[in-house]
Design a protein around this ligand. Structure first.
Ligand SMILES: C[S@@+](CC[C@H](N)C(=O)[O-])C[C@H]1O[C@@H](n2cnc3c(N)ncnc32)[C@H](O)[C@@H]1O
Length: 326
């Protein structure tokens, strides 16, 4: 169930081939030597997933759909739902597994629909989706005809959610997720470069955003494209908010720059042709509580008297998407 053989076969036919010298060992260790106390429960849940061939699947629709309700009998459906419950919370989505609709906390399709037309065509590209969660956007990238849509995320539960979808996809579908943070991705070889990188919702979690930008650059070559999406605040060039404690109840938020500051960071790091393609204040419809996710969501993180402020009094979440090249 947690095999990456299909990914390794695919990599063998790409310029990333030399990565295979050590990627399999490191990936195995990242999962099985993680000391994650939930691993056995997750592996048991994986075993419960019905062994059926889905009659259809769709990665290029706003709801990622795998199989039809009529593909399963009642017992298989109950086993599927029991397994899906184990992998809660489903933060990114939506998904539909054999007629069971996973209403995720985030309407990830909204973000995809805001950015997709700004990206250079993804057909035949090697794409790295940094901090991909369960891979909702990576799946959409694969559906655009990428040679490889490779997500990376250190969250092992997100890897499991991805592996549920992966179980039912044809082996050649070029959509995979590796269990690494960007700074922990096994490298060891030079020129490990992708044509397109997406890094959405990660920069503000990094204590050193400049270092993170350099780490993104490491996986690019001249002409590669980066789509960077992160939280920003209103303010002049040079301004950046560092919350003194929580931001929208999150404990791991560090730098929220103004757009001009973010562009300057990117310029200093050597990015070219830097352009803002979207700004969006997150709505309580796009990030909402659902039975498949968590009872608390954006509406609980904002000041009830002023939806333009977080409960801590900071500006409410505003996201900027910037595209740049090397
Ligand atoms: C806010 S979510 C964004 C998910 C998705 N990219 C999106 O835009 O909907 C941030 C994700 O980044 C992951 N993450 C956090 N630190 C990371 C790092 N250093 N490298 C890669 N991913 C990281 C988290 O596990 C989480 O899944």
């Amino acid at each position: 169930m947690l095999s990456y053989d299909n990914l390794y076969q695919l990599l063998d036919n790409t310029r990333l081939k030399r990565w295979l010298n050590f990627l399999p060992q490191d990936t195995h260790a990242a999962i099985f030597e993680s000391n994650n106390g939930n691993l056995q429960t997750w592996l048991d849940a994986m075993e419960k997933l019905p062994d059926v061939e889905p009659s259809s699947f769709s990665l290029n629709s706003d709801t990622i759909k795998i199989g039809e309700e009529s593909d399963l009998n009642a017992e298989q459906k109950a086993n599927l739902i029991a397994a899906l419950e184990i992998f809660k919370p489903w933060r990114k989505g939506p998904f539909d597994f054999f007629g069971t609709y996973i209403d995720s906390e985030w309407q990830s399709d909204w973000k995809w629909n805001r950015i997709k037309d700004h990206l250079s065509p993804l057909k035949n590209r090697l794409v790295l989706d940094v901090g991909c969660g369960n891979g909702y956007h990576s799946a959409r990238i694969a559906a655009e005809g990428a040679q490889l849509a490779l997500g990376i995320d250190p969250g092992l539960k997100f890897i499991m959610q991805h592996k549920v979808a992966r179980k039912y996809l044809p082996k050649e579908t070029p959509f995979h997720i590796l269990p690494f943070p960007l700074e922990g991705l096994p490298t060891g070889i030079k020129n490990l470069n992708f044509d397109t990188l997406l890094c959405m919702g990660v920069l503000y979690h990094r204590k050193s955003p400049i270092e993170h930008l350099y780490q993104l650059k490491y996986y690019m070559k001249e002409g590669s494209e980066l789509l960077l999406e992160t939280l920003v605040v209103d303010g002049p060039l040079g301004y950046s908010l560092v919350p003194d404690d929580r931001y929208a109840k999150m404990t791991n938020v560090w730098f929220l720059p103004s757009i001009l500051t973010l562009e300057q960071w990117m310029k200093r790091c050597g990015f070219k042709n830097i352009r803002l393609v979207d700004t969006n204040q997150t709505s309580a419809q796009e990030q909402h509580p659902t039975p498949w996710a968590t009872p608390e969501s954006l509406e609980h993180f904002l000041d009830p008297k002023d939806k333009n402020k977080t409960v801590e009094g900071h500006p409410a979440p505003l996201r900027a998407s910037i595209i740049a090249e090397l």
